[in-house]
Design a protein around this ligand. Structure first.
Ligand code: FES
Length: 108
């Protein structure tokens, strides 16, 4: 068994030169909201869910992005309701939220 059942990483990268980055598209808000929801629902901890910050995940064109392991499912989200759905369906129940999946061809 892995230390965490599921691990979600949010890109919070901010490019100082003004180039496109997830931080320009609400990444911090998404991360903060996810942390809060996981806490409210008591989903966090060893053997459960961990929410982590990440630097650039190299899929900037789809930003803001997050990735959930061990399934290695990539998401692009817009607002708190998208985050709520990822938390409720994927982090809690293990169901992939197909409508928020980042298309495979989206890269940097
Ligand atoms: S800046 Fe977020 S994936 Fe690159």
């Amino acid at each position: 068994m892995s230390y965490f059942e599921r691990h979600i990483f949010f890109c919070l990268n901010q490019r100082e030169n003004g180039d496109n980055s997830c931080a320009q598209h609400g990444a911090q808000q998404g991360f903060d909201h996810c942390k809060a929801r996981v806490r409210e629902l008591a989903l966090g901890g060893v053997g459960a869910v961990r929410v982590n910050k990440a630097g650039c995940l190299d899929r900037c064109a789809g930003g803001p992005v997050a990735v959930v392991y061990p399934e290695a499912v990539w998401y692009s989200y817009v607002d708190n309701s998208d985050i709520d759905e990822i938390v409720e369906k994927h982090l809690k129940q293990g169901e992939v939220v197909e409508r928020l999946r980042l298309p495979d061809h989206i890269g940097r």
